[in-house]
Design a protein around this ligand. Sequence first.
Ligand SMILES: [Zn+2]
Length: 381
Amino acid sequence: MTPLVGAVDSALFGNVVGQPLALTVLGQALQRGSAHAYLLHGPRGVGKTDAAYAFAAGLLCPDGGCCHCDHCRRARSGVHVDLETVAPDGSSILIDQIRQLTLDAAMRPYEAARRVYVILEAETMTEPAANAFLKTLEEPPSHARFVLVSSAPERLLPTVVSRCQRVPFFRTPAKALAAHLGSRYGLRAEDAWALARVAQGDLSYAEALTHSQSVREDRVLVLSLARELPSAGFARVQGMADEVMAMLGRRVAAAVACVEDQKTCEMEWAADARARSRVEKAFDVRLRREKRAAVQAGIDHVISGSAGWFRDLAVVAAGAEETVHNFDYLAELREDGLPGLLSSYLEVIAAAKRTKERFRYNVDTRCSLEHMLFSMKEALL
Ligand SMILES: [Zn+2]
């Protein structure tokens, strides 16, 4: 087998952890010549977007991704003149965005040998948008490269998928995750291992738990709400929904501050008015995306965190403590877990997961949250 990523500078994909198959496919594409379209797919939080921009840098850099030149730097920040990001406008990627992409892709590259289109949350393309995109994929301009990113590839048109080289990402293995937390953040082995268990293969969540006090506080909040839920009355459940909404608000504010910082930094690099306007445009798109992503990640965290609590209660009730995820809460789990409630715990987990789709399609987050909490409570009765 070809060595992982081969001659491509391994620092190029340095932010991607424990994904040897994906990095082999992308590394070989950079060395041996690339197809027109790639689909990076797999669960959220495992490094697909970072990999997409690193791959774009490899496609735009004259040295195939040296990691040091100005092409690489700008591509990885998403502001290269020959790189466009397409992301949902609201909840979908619309046909007008694809029409714009098609017109744009017909133009020659400005600085690099190619033009690269990173399409985030590609599964949110509306049907007309997906059909229009399919036409572009059927006869792509020779210099155009499309990098689709999706955590729900089953929702993409099969004809779009079949025209892309698939690049699979998986949940980051706990061992690789723990090793990464140890080497990058200097965590002690047992702490790194505990966090890897809590994060359940979600690299971004594991990293956030490591370096962000507020993310650790959010986890405590979600676990304490889940713990309180069985005995909470109607008004208290509504209060819980308020607390979660406040948490989502804090996450959005933190995401906005982070994007603004990066924008300020990129503005300092921008040489002229045209470069500055590109930075403005790229960061407008990114700001919208990051706000949505902050809410989505917060909701995912509430669903998986509260379902995870009842999962651990079920595990303790079934006498399998060694497989508990929230190991730092073992004493509380022993106190709360009742063997007679095993089937109710499983019902609660199912109820929490059923609400996932509701969040995707319902614009009223608070209403969906209340619905989730009440359905979980009902499952316990
Ligand atoms: Zn370079």
